[in-house]
Every structure is written in structure tokens, then in C-alpha cells.
Design a protein around this ligand. Sequence first.
Ligand SMILES: [Zn+2]
Length: 458
Amino acid sequence: MRILLKNIEYLATFGNTGELSHAYILVENGVIKDVGKYTAEVEGQFNVDEVVDMSGRLVLPGFVNTHHHFFQTLTRNVKKVQDAKLFDWLAYLYEIWKWLDEESIRSATKIAIYEMMKSGVTTTSDMFYPSMKESPRLFDVEIESAMETGMRLHIARGGMSIGKKDGSLPPDEMIQTDDGILEEYQRVVEKYHDPSRYSMLRVALAPCTPFLVTPNLMRETLELAEKYDVLLHTHLAETLDEEKFCIERFGKRPVEYMESLGWLNPRVWFAHVVWVTDEEITKLQQGQVGIAHCPVSNMRLGSGIAPIHKMKGKLRIGLAVDGSASNDTNNMLQEMRIAMLLQRVEYGANAISPREVVHMATVGGARVLHMDDYIGKIEKGYAADMVAFRLDSVEMAGCLDDPLSAIVMCDAKEADFLMINGVVKIKDGELIGIDIAELVRKHNVLSRKLLSRRVDAH
Ligand SMILES: [Zn+2]
């Protein structure tokens, strides 16, 4: 299958070709075959199955979302915790999440992914940490449902081993033993992880956070990740409450604690990383870790401002929408704009440029997930993952001095076109072959049912 995207008004490749006006891209069997300046003769040169006219469009690599919890789309905007900070928010929602079942996971996964696609995401991670003894297949259901959408995936299997009875937050029925978690890690890597180039599904290992797992589990997970050559992921330094917990329980600040466990290494990417000192940033740099920056979630829960201005150029940094209950959207465009604005609140108008933010959302995310040899750029030999936005809408009128930055500085609304692995998922602003209205209707029924199961809901 050969597809020609012709007459692209403005193309940002983040690769060797740089930025071009009036460009074309040739795609063959899911891979980019050629990129160049478009002229009238180009169309005749290639024998193609389909031609898509991209006049009036900005085209760029699809976005890479580096941290998420899909299941939380069932508990967005829950009234009781609209104004809660992380620990109170978690404590309340766990009593709802403990009732998750296969049907609700299936729906939540699809809602999260389709909303992300609408904002230009073509690769996403997820951290799936609920584990219920009565529903042992929940993670498998998430993987199966996510694969049905055609999204490129790097899914992290979570795990929690410290529950209420040990002084932490989750209900004990959501907690597993260290051995149970390690067995599950081994099972899912062997079953699902595809390390090949152009892989549509990779698996990472993700003990949930320092306050939800034992040091033993962190160490043994690191060993397992080395054995299977997979990545490691966890939340880190998200809030001051977490910092206090780490000092009280482990006698160390979060970064220092990770260092003691051997977790400052290139195999690791951390979500949030808000409360770190300059010395700790240097340690993270020496460890060559990656960062999933989640500004909307950090603002929503009042967690703080991650010092991205100080980290950029030193660490691999990607952007992330985080779980949908602390955002409460799956909108990567919004994340990019807010990432830029928030750094400027703290560090001034030149703290971060719109181009740097788009770079984080594409190449940056690909580097965080160790997938930058085939995604994050529009370049010959790279996977055909790309997104187009209209430059001729009322929201973008008068923005053409710098069409690429316009998607951050102005309101790009949503993707007009989206391709993943050479397959067109969105055309003329519409998701192809998906009955979204029906999915939304069923999702709201499942969400209401789930919320009603909290003991004090009635
Ligand atoms: Zn998270």
C-alpha cells in the first residue's frame, strides 16, 4: 500500500529535512519512503494507491504521550475530589477503582485513546496498576482493547504492594505481594513485549510509586527489567507529601531513595519530578533517566511546577496527559500549551519556546520511551506516524508567521488528519470507522455504575 500526502502547506519533520513549505510525504506499508518539496511533477513520479491533498494543513510527527492511566476516564471530574490534593484524591478514588471490571476497562481504554488521537497522539504509554483478585485479566483486557484502536503502545504494568494495613492508601484488596507482582511482570513481558523495530506494542515494568511498593520490589523489578531488556517506570517527587513519606519511611528524599535502589539509570523514566533540587537534577542527569512531564495534572492537584526550564538539555523529557482523573482530559495539544505557559509563570517569558514544547511532545517522548530510532520524526525509514492540523480555520487566522508554533500559541482545536503505522485513523477531522456516540453513551452508564459502588455514594 503506497500513499502520497501531497501539497502539504507546511511540514515540520524534526528530522534531516527540517521544515519545508509545500512538501510531500510518500508512505509505503507503514513506513516513510520519501519526503521532499512538492511540485506538480511529483505526483506523476510515484505509482501510488491513494493520494491525500494536504493543502492548508500543517503536518508533523504524531505526538508521544509518556504517562497515563486509561482506566481513570471512568472517574473524571468526580465532584467530591474536584478540590483535593493527591493523597486525599487517591484515598477517595481507590474506593471506587477497587470495583473496576473487564467491561469498564475495555471502555475506558478506548475513550482515553480516541480522545488522545483527536489531539494528535500516535504513540502512548499507560501505567496500569489496579489488580483485583476477582478480575485477574484486567491488564490483558486493557492491552487487547488498546490494540484494537490501532494506537502504537508502550504499556507499563504497574503494581502496588503496600496497602492500608501497612499505613498506605489503597484498599488491601487492590494490593499484591511482591512475589505476585514479579510473577505478573514476567508473564506480561513474555506474552506481550515486542522489541522489534516498528513494534506496535512494548511492555515496561512499573512499581507504582515509592509510597506504594517495598524497596525489595523496586530492586527485584530492576533485575527483571535487565534480564528481559525492558524499560522501568514509576511516579517520582510528585508532591511534598510524597517527599515527607519517603523521609519518614526510608530516611531519604525521593531521588536519593531511587539512587539507593539503582533506579537512576537510562532504562528508567519517571513521571512528574516536581520537587527536586539542583543537585538532584544533576544526579538524574548522571543517571540518564527520562522524564514524563505532566503540567496539567500538577496544576490540577496543586502539586507544584516541575523545573523543566532547569532540566531541558540535560534530561530526556517527554510530555504526558497523566491519568484522566487528574487532568481531566486526554488532550495533548492542551498539555503542550500549558507546559509552555506554566514554565513562563515561574521562569520568565523565554523559559521555553513553543518549538521546544512540540519537540518534547514528539522526539522528546520517543527518546523517553527508547523508540526514537523509528518514531518522533518524519524521515525516510521512520514509521508513518503523523498528524495534520488545519491552518485555515478561524482560530489560526493571522498565525502564519510561524505555522509550527501556531499549534501551541493559538488554538489548533483537534487533528484534521492522523496516520499511525501507515493507517489513516482520522480524516477531515473524523475518526474513521468508530461509533463514538455509542461508545460515549455506554461509557457514561459504566461510569455512573462504578461511582455508585462507593459505600458512601448512596
Ligand atoms: Zn500517574
